[in-house]
Design a binder for this molecule. Structure first.
Ligand SMILES: C[S@@+](CC[C@H](N)C(=O)[O-])C[C@H]1O[C@@H](n2cnc3c(N)ncnc32)[C@H](O)[C@@H]1O
Length: 286
């Protein structure tokens, strides 16, 4: 009976309110919603509206536009739709393109130019597994012992995931792709939790960056490699173009961009030269 009452009182998302919500989300983070997502948004936000002490979607839209906490609420909204799914050593075939292809090539070129700095950016890094993995791979390649300056930046639009990333402690599921050697070398284990060791943590810094915002992306300049995986998939072509143009500006000349396996830059840009490393497509800034 209580459940039935609860269901009956659930706020309803009108077509107008849905349009306002998706316009707001699109303007903020470039994520576009088809009509098919209306039900998803309605069911996921019903509880949130209640938790905020509000009654209707119209109240909620007012909150999102005018409340002092509107910024963090929009990020919450984004997190209800975008998954934060990630893991250490995710998509090993692509990572092989990084540690066996791109990095050795950069190392060779940089040594000739007497430049021993390696700058890598994991854009949309979620809870930090990707930037830590990239730092670990650079250490595995020996760059830490050879006098290189390693700078890895992790960034995301969401404060919540950045907080977890900085805490650097993970459950077993997150490290499922790491080998026993990598676990021993890069993690301190306590009970069933794994904390990234200090020598890796100190190579990685975090920043809150919205890929749609060129003022923010411009803060991360001259990267040799950018990973932007599994986020473009949520953008429409206009947002992809904006994000990719911002990433292009943040790459050093000759630098490389990795995008997700299921993502493509087809019809998005011709600024990059597609290059294959160890079976993985990478985009080079020319
Ligand atoms: C699926 S995770 C990708 C994590 C990691 N790159 C990977 O492939 O394992 C997608 C992340 O994109 C972030 N995101 C969504 N829109 C964004 C935007 N406009 N700017 C920056 N990050 C965004 C989300 O907060 C989420 O953490």
């Amino acid at each position: 009976m209580t459940t039935l009452m609860g269901l009956q009182n659930k706020p309803k998302l009108s077509k107008e309110a849905f349009d306002q919500l998706r316009t707001l989300i699109y303007a903020k983070c470039g994520i576009s919603f088809s009509d098919a997502k209306k039900y998803l948004l309605e069911s996921r936000l019903a509880k949130r509206i209640e938790a905020r002490g509000l009654k209707t979607f119209e109240d909620y839209i007012y909150f999102l536009n005018y409340d002092a906490q509107k910024e963090s609420e929009i990020v919450f909204l984004i997190n209800t739709i975008v998954t934060n799914e990630t893991s250490f050593y995710r998509d090993p075939v692509q990572l092989k393109g990084f540690d066996q292809g791109v990095v050795p090539k950069l190392v060779e070129e940089k040594k000739k130019a007497n430049n021993k700095r390696m700058k890598v950016w994991s854009a949309a890094s979620s809870t930090g597994e990707e930037p830590y993995t990239l730092a670990m791979m650079l250490l595995e390649l020996g760059l830490g012992n050879e006098g290189w300056s390693i700078e890895v930046t992790g960034s995301d639009i969401s404060d919540n995931v950045l907080r977890s990333a900085k805490a650097a402690t993970y459950e077993q599921y997150a490290i499922r792709n790491a080998t026993p050697q990598q676990l021993a070398r890069f993690f301190d284990q306590k009970d069933k939790m794994y904390t990234v060791k200090q020598d890796v943590q100190r190579l990685v810094r975090y920043k809150k960056i919205n890929l749609m915002n060129s003022f923010e992306t411009r803060l991360i300049k001259d990267n040799d490699v950018i990973f932007c995986r599994n986020v473009l998939i949520y953008f429409d072509d206009a947002s992809k173009k904006k994000a990719v143009a911002n990433l292009y500006d943040s790459l050093a000349k000759g630098g490389y961009l990795f995008i997700g396996f299921s993502e493509s830059l087809h019809d998005i840009t011709r600024l990059f030269k597609p290059v294959r490393f160890c079976g993985t497509m990478v985009y080079q800034k020319i």
